[in-house]
Design a protein. Sequence first.
Length: 349
Amino acid sequence: MAYKPDYVFEGEPAPGETREVAPGVWWLRMPLPFALNHINLWILEDGDGWTIVDTGVQNDEIKACWETIEKKHFTAEKPLKRVIVTHFHPDHVGLAGWLCERHGVELTMTLAEWTQTRMNIFETQESKVAQMMPFYKKAGFDAEQMESVKTRGAYYGRIVSTPPTRFNRVEEHDEIMIDGHAWRVIITEGHALKHACLYCADKKVLISGDQILPRITPNISLQPQEPDLNPLQLFIDSLDKFRDLPADTLVLPSHDWPFQNLLERLDCMAEHHDERLDAALAAITEPATGVDVLNALFKRELDNHQIFFAIGEALAHVHKLMADGKATRTLAANGVYRYQAVGAMESAA
């Protein structure tokens, strides 16, 4: 379908600056050291204080941005009251521990995301590499790519501050009261374990995190710790949770710009994955590795960071094809999985 995001604002706030996008809701943009070079964060007026939603990665540049924000917004009379994090990915949770300790406030997350953050922080390089190596070998990584697995290892702890040892849990349909307004928790899966979006009916505002983005789709990856999961199906099912929201909902995404036309975007994202599934199926008419599928889906050159997202996404699509009965998987003598379309196998027979 022809889709064009209905962006609500022109431009974006500079690092360290804020812009009010709805009554009591302020937009921050922080830099990221990745190809996707920014993240949107949110601070909400909360009566006699403030609530933060997401934090950015841990580095000195973003800490300096937060220090600028603190001087402008957080005072003794109106301090920071709490930190909410949508999910465990470094650009969202990275400075949560630092901010909570700095301001003496508590962290709010889903249980799965807090647990995953704690586990990743204390993962050793050796244990992480040991977990990753067999997974990426079976996916078809070559010798050079396997070396990048060793280099990547437990990178998480380098860009995420240690999270608090206690937190406040949120679950599906919980309501967080912020400045007298109820923000309903909507839990999604596929991109992360139990990603929390926040919707305020009074304001018609949805903080969508990474679940719904206006221009790109979030990475849906098969991961080494759950090698038999079907994350794409979980993600697609989660999209339906937003279809009862008003068409004029203001969506505040973690990347790019605030937008409307939510329902059109949901349809577009579902259609995008249908197209990617067709492309993945076409790539396995003959037995093919995960890397073969990656090369069919991603034509551009990928750096050593992006290739992990790309192989995870390729595998997520072939796993959905397997779950739908459209593909099979066999382990070849060299220890690499080969995927093949069911129809192609029947034709060959």
